[in-house]
Structures are given as structure tokens and as C-alpha cells.
Design a protein around this ligand. Structure first.
Ligand SMILES: Cc1ncc(COP(=O)(O)O)c(C=O)c1O
Length: 464
């Protein structure tokens, strides 16, 4: 099938971007339109001259854009014929780690994590090794982090309209290390946390004897009364929040609530630490810029956007705080190995194409799993605007029992109470949509077997 000039212009819409050259922006727009299905995979683009006229650019721009698309495996061009659209290799590649595929029997979904983007990662490791000479000639202690990596991360914040200098960035081996360093330095008497939230930080806070005060969050948002109460109770302490596609609910904190958090935190002298690990996993159809909580300390990680095994994360805060943290005795042991920082530089330098592909795969998988589970009265859920998982409220049985029954069918899940500082949420279950469609079908079948129907205690047979 041939794409006409008009179809191409209509599918791309307003594709020019202030942050990219014409060829790059055009290539990205064609790639996005293919991933979104506005341009069909396998169809042929108009000839260069005609595409240039339809889009109001020079033929050279179209040729350069096609070159980029070819290099990224998004089009095929045979000598003398039109360019054919392809899905990029990353979009057809699976995101889930092998343990979540169930190829050897069990599907392990206790962690919602992606596998590394293999080819990209291996190329980055090779390039990092080639460039490692000066780093290997040093002591191996990186203090606040390699200057190039700190600059790269600072520049990304600045591009997102949060002006940041490299001195405001401290590299750690992930967000858990960032939290360990911050909480050891701040020594908060109490920490305000969302209920439910990412479970590992809860264990970390408990390990240092900090009191946890909870604030309820659902897929529909934050309970403002509880938020206020939690911040008041944590006076002089810390808050650990995940406002962007919160784990496990997927909720996105509205701008007004962010301002309220900032106001309350200031009033009660609470240091707000915001975990932005999920921020790039925005699966909305028309993503709009997401505001930040003014005055908060940000922690980030490559764990979900690239790979948890990279073990590179960071803290963004006032330069004075970063300076103090850099002198903390735990800074070095909690920092990322210099060779890992080199790999991170290679991958973070051009993260956008990888993110685009990941988001497209995740959106498809989220919609598929939501479609399989929709309309069943044994659970309720809201399709999350981002993140990696559905958060199911079970209506017929406790989540720990469903988890045990699912395990008997080879599916490992995390039940609600593990996410709750107060061990509540006994009827909730986190269901990651990181696996490919065929595995999601199996997961839905297991859930069907493990969850009794209303009014019955035995599982009903699979519908599929
Ligand atoms: C909210 C959140 N933060 C951070 C992480 C990862 O932490 P780290 O960077 O230490 O691997 C996860 C992984 O599940 C998470 O859900």
C-alpha cells in the first residue's frame, strides 16, 4: 500500500519540534505515527520530492530523515524503490525479563521490571569500555559521580524547565541507595509515605528505626485529609512520595495537590523526597508536561527506563546538600561503579528513541491486559495513565489466597499488604503488564482459575 502525500501530512500533524533538527524531528514523527498505527507498517512512503513538497521541507531534509529511519531499522529502502515502514526492532522485542515469560513453567511477576534492551545495552557496554581509559587510570572513587554523567542528567532537567547545574546532581547506585543516603543523613524521626507504595523503601525506613506515617492513595488520587495529617505528624522529618505513575496504583498527582504538598511541607518543615523512577513511563494518549512538587528533592533511576541491573540512579537537590552528601561516609559505598556510570552515559545520551519504543510496547500490553480483565465482577481497576502494572481490587477473595492459588498454576504475584506500611490492602493485587501479549493471555487464564466467582468458593474453569 502506498501512502499519499496528503495522508503523510495528515498522519504527522504538527511534527516540528524546537528541541530537535528538522530531519530528527521528521524521523521521530514518522516513527511515532507508525507505532501509533496512523501509518500502517508495511506501507510505502511517497517519493522524496513529493514528501518534501507535502511537508514543506527540502528534499535534503527528507533524505536525511530517511537515513535516520533506516539506521534505526524503521524503514527498508530497496535500491530505486520507495521506503517501506517497519516496526523498530525494539518495538517488537519483549520488555519482560525471562523470569516473567513463563517459558520454563513459572511466570514470576513479583517485581515489575523490564529486561535490558539487549542490543542497545551491549553496544553501550562496548563503547563505554572503549572510553574507559581515563576512568581506569583514576582511583575508582567517583565521589558525587562522573562529571559527564552529572552534566547529562542536569541538562535533562534543564530541558524539562527545571534549571539544574551539575553540582546539584549526585550519582548513586539506584533510588534505594539514594534513599538510604538521604535518610541516613537526615535521620528523620518520622517519614510520611503513601499507602500503598513501593515496598523496598518501607523496609529501608524500618531498618533505621524510623516511624512511618501513611497517606492513602488510590488509582483515583491522594486522600488530602490523610496527606495533611501525615505531613503534620512527620513534622521536622521526611516524606517519600511517588507522584508520577505511582507504584503500585499508577496514579498521577494533580498539579494542585503538588502545590498543597509543597505548602504543607514548608509549614511542617518536612523534606519531601520524590521518587521519579516511573516518571518516563507516561502511557497517556496525549501526554502533557507533568509539574513537579516545588522545593522537593528528586531521586531518579535507570531501573525502569533501561535496566535495574545497570544500578545507576541519582539525587537532584540544592548544591549545598549535594556537597554535604558527597562527604558522607556512605556516599562512596552507595555510589555506582565508575564503569557502570560510563555505560549509563552511553545509554542516557540518547534515551528518547528507547523510551518511545518502550512506551509503545507497554501501552499495547496495558490495553491488552485491561481488555482481558474488563467487565468481570471479581475485580475492579482503573486503567492507569502510566507505569508498569494494574492495581486490582479483588471482590471475592483475599489477595494472599489468590496469590497462593496462582502460584499453584505457575504464576508468582505480589499481594497488596506487601505495599502497605500498615499491612492493609488485603484485597489488592499488583498485576504487571511487562510480559508480552501471549504471556498476558496465560496470566488472565490463571487469574480466572485462581479467583472464585461471586457466590462460589471453587474456581470456575478457564474461559479461554
Ligand atoms: C517507585 C520505584 N522506585 C524505584 C525503583 C527501583 O529502585 P532502584 O533504582 O534502587 O533499583 C522501583 C522498582 O520497582 C520503583 O517501583
Amino acid at each position: 500500500m502506498h501512502i499519499t502525500d496528503n495522508q503523510l501530512a495528515a498522519a504527522l500533524g504538527a511534527w516540528r519540534r524546537p528541541d530537535a533538527g528538522l530531519a530528527r524531528a521528521l524521523a521521530d514523527a514518522v516513527g511515532d505515527a507508525t507505532l501509533d498505527g496512523r501509518l500502517r507498517v508495511g506501507s510505502r512512503l511517497p517519493a522524496e520530492r513529493r514528501a518534501a513538497a507535502a511537508l514543506g521541507v527540502s528534499r535534503g531534509t527528507v533524505i536525511a530523515a530517511l537515513g535516520i529511519l533506516r539506521d534505526e531499522g524503521r524503514v527498508d529502502t530497496r535500491r530505486g524503490s520507495a521506503s517501506t515502514l517497519r516496526l523498530p526492532p525494539e518495538a517488537t522485542a519483549r520488555i519482560a525479563p525471562s523470569s516473567a515469560l513463563g517459558e520454563d513453567g513459572a511466570i514470576d511477576l513479583r517485581r515489575a521490571v523490564p529486561a535490558a534492551p539487549h542490543a542497545l545495552y551491549q553496544r553501550a557496554v562496548l563503547r563505554a569500555a572503549e572510553r574507559s581509559g581515563p576512568v581506569l587510570a583514576e582511583s575508582g572513587e567517583t565521589g558525587p559521580g562522573l562529571p559527564e554523567l552529572r552534566s547529562l542528567i542536569a541538562d535533562r532537567y534543564t530541558r524539562e524547565r527545571l534549571a539544574t547545574r551539575p553540582e546539584q546532581i549526585l550519582i548513586t547506585s539506584g533510588t534505594r541507595s539514594a534513599l538510604a543516603l538521604l535518610s541516613t543523613h537526615l535521620r528523620p524521626r518520622a517519614v510520611a509515605v503513601e499507602i500503598p507504595t513501593y515496598f523496598d523503601p518501607l523496609a529501608g525506613f524500618r531498618a533505621i528505626g524510623t516511624r512511618l506515617v501513611g497517606c492513602r492513595v488510590t488509582a483515583d488520587g491522594w486522600d488530602l485529609d490523610q496527606l495533611e495529617d501525615a505531613l503534620r505528624t512527620a513534622t521536622g522529618g521526611m516524606a517519600y512520595l511517588v507522584p508520577d505513575f505511582q507504584n503500585p496504583t499508577g496514579a498521577l498527582m494533580p498539579k494542585a495537590v503538588r502545590r498543597t504538598v509543597a505548602r504543607l511541607a514548608e509549614r511542617h518543615r518536612v523534606t519531601v523526597v520524590v521518587d521519579e523512577t516511573m516518571r518516563d513511563l507516561d502511557l497517556r494518549d496525549t501526554p502533557a508536561p507533568v509539574q513537579r512538587i516545588p522545593g522537593s528533592i528528586l531521586i531518579g533511576s535507570a531501573a525502569k527506563t533501561i535496566w535495574a541491573g545497570l544500578r545507576v540512579g541519582w539525587i537532584r537537590g540544592p548544591a549545598a546538600l549535594v556537597g554535604v552528601l558527597a562527604r558522607h561516609p556512605l556516599c562512596e559505598p552507595l555510589s555506582a561503579a565508575p564503569t557502570q556510570q560510563l555505560v549509563a552515559i552511553e545509554l542516557l545520551r540518547d534515551l528518547e528513541p528507547l523510551l518511545r519504543d518502550r512506551r509503545a510496547v507497554l501501552r499495547r500490553q496495558r490495553d491488552h491486559l485491561s481488555g482481558l480483565l474488563a467487565g468481570d465482577d471479581r475485580w475492579r481497576f482503573t486503567v492507569p495513565p502510566g507505569g508498569l502494572a494494574l492495581w486490582l481490587r479483588l471482590t471475592t477473595m483475599r489477595a494472599d489466597l489468590v496469590t497462593t492459588r496462582a502460584r499453584a498454576h505457575g504464576l508468582e504475584l505480589s499481594p497488596g499488604p506487601s505495599f502497605a506500611a500498615d499491612a492493609t490492602h488485603s484485597h489488592h493485587l499488583r498485576l504487571p503488564y511487562t510480559p508480552p501479549i501471549s504471556t498476558l493471555d496465560r496470566i488472565a487464564t490463571v487469574l480466572d482459575l485462581a479467583c472464585p466467582t461471586i457466590g462460589r468458593t471453587s474456581a470456575r474453569p478457564a474461559r479461554r
